[in-house]
Design a protein around this ligand. Structure first.
Ligand SMILES: Cc1cc2nc3c(=O)[nH]c(=O)nc-3n(C[C@H](O)[C@H](O)[C@H](O)COP(=O)(O)OP(=O)(O)OC[C@H]3O[C@@H](n4cnc5c(N)ncnc54)[C@H](O)[C@@H]3O)c2cc1C
Length: 331
């Protein structure tokens, strides 16, 4: 027996995540006269920082202000719904269920979310789902690292490198892309030490190349970040030596938070990011993804917003073609 579809007004797209990726897609789609719901749990990765850089016309703006403005613009449209809710379940409708609620191509999803900050739980029946949930991040396991993250220590070199020009910097990480990151940081300061925290992730020839431009690789285990009040002053190694440093970059490990997909298996790459086609569609028909959650992973606000706008256009066309039964956009 097929499960009955709940009595909720069907919508075009349920967008999971109200960061720049989700908000930008949402804006484009309400402007295409689509009924769109954004569910947002209000836990953006950049909440650690007070200023965002590099977003044209908003350079230096607080990231929360950008989100507030984006939400305001989205909500101006009569077909916009913004729910303060964490998506907890995405379940595909059967073809019959989807057709019965008026989804012409027989594709649809039921999306349930838990209200946050006193908001009610929500439920939507949507023709398409857009994953814009960003990433969660795990910093190297050092007791005080969080205290300096977003002020002295950052993760996005393009976003925060300029402010660190000519300073004595660190790059702390345990992953295989440290070499490439160190090269990027060398544009801002040649006084850089790469700390692998005991991990064997910089190859000897890479270490030699870095040494040739004055960058040292420190392979000893780190005990903690040290500082005076709000200012970072150095890195203390496990053997007690303190290496004076005022800030720099850390390479977190990132996770795509898509547990709400449950049994729906979505293809991921080696880093765990959600793989998408050129149109932004995941391996699940009807589920799209944008922003930091898709390869190559974390980038910048303006890139997430641009990606959201681009994929929104593809999604809109997918729904138009789906209604007419004329196949996918790129066929
Ligand atoms: C410390 C720091 C500083 C940064 N500084 C800059 C900068 O200066 N300039 C710049 O351009 N970029 C900066 N970035 C990068 C920038 O923040 C990201 O590239 C951008 O926010 C990615 O946008 P997004 O929409 O993909 O994801 P996010 O902005 O992370 O938004 C994702 C949203 O989805 C929500 N979400 C997650 N799971 C669920 C769920 N189950 N249900 C509902 N909602 C959910 C989250 O709460 C969040 O609100 C910085 C990042 C960090 C970590």
């Amino acid at each position: 027996m097929t499960e009955s579809v709940p009595e909720v007004a069907p919508i075009g797209v349920a967008i999971i995540g109200g960061g720049p990726g989700g908000l930008s897609a949402g804006l484009q789609l309400v402007r295409a006269n689509r009924r769109i719901a954004i569910l947002d749990s209000n836990r953006p990765r950049h909440s650690a920082t007070l200023q965002s850089h590099g977003f044209l016309t908003r350079d230096g703006a607080p990231p929360l202000e950008l989100r507030r403005l984006g939400r305001e613009e989205f909500e101006q449209y009569p077909t916009a719904i913004f729910a303060q809710a964490a998506a907890r379940e995405v379940v595909p409708l059967s073809r019959e269920e989807a057709l019965s609620v008026g989804f012409p191509d027989g594709i649809g999803f039921r999306v349930r979310g838990s209200g946050i900050r006193g908001s009610s739980d929500v439920e939507f029946v949507a023709r398409r789902v857009l994953l814009a949930a960003g990433l969660t991040e795990e910093l190297p396991d050092l007791p005080m690292i969080r205290a300096y993250y977003g002020t002295a220590l950052h993760s996005c070199v393009e976003c925060d490198g300029f402010e660190k020009t000519d300073k004595p910097l660190v790059l702390i990480g345990e992953t295989s892309d440290l070499f490439a990151r160190a090269l990027l940081i060398s544009r801002f300061s040649s006084d850089l030490i790469v700390f692998t925290n005991g991990a064997d992730t910089v190859r000897p020839e890479q270490e030699a190349q870095l040494a040739s431009i004055g960058i040292r690789v420190e392979r000893r285990q780190i005990d903690d970040i040290v500082g005076e009040r709000a200012d970072m002053t150095g890195v203390r190694l496990a053997d007690g030596e303190i290496i004076p440093r005022v800030g720099g970059f850390v390479r977190p490990r990132w996770h795509a938070p898509v547990e709400f997909l449950g049994d729906l298996e979505v293809e991921r790459d080696d880093w765990g990011l959600v793989v998408v086609s050129e149109r932004g569609e995941t391996s699940i028909r009807g589920v799209y993804a944008v922003g930091d959650i898709v390869p190559p992973g974390p980038q910048q606000l303006i890139i997430a917003a641009g990606n959201g706008a681009r994929v929104a256009a593809k999604l809109n066309m997918d729904m138009i073609r789906g209604a007419l039964g004329v196949g996918l956009v790129d066929e």
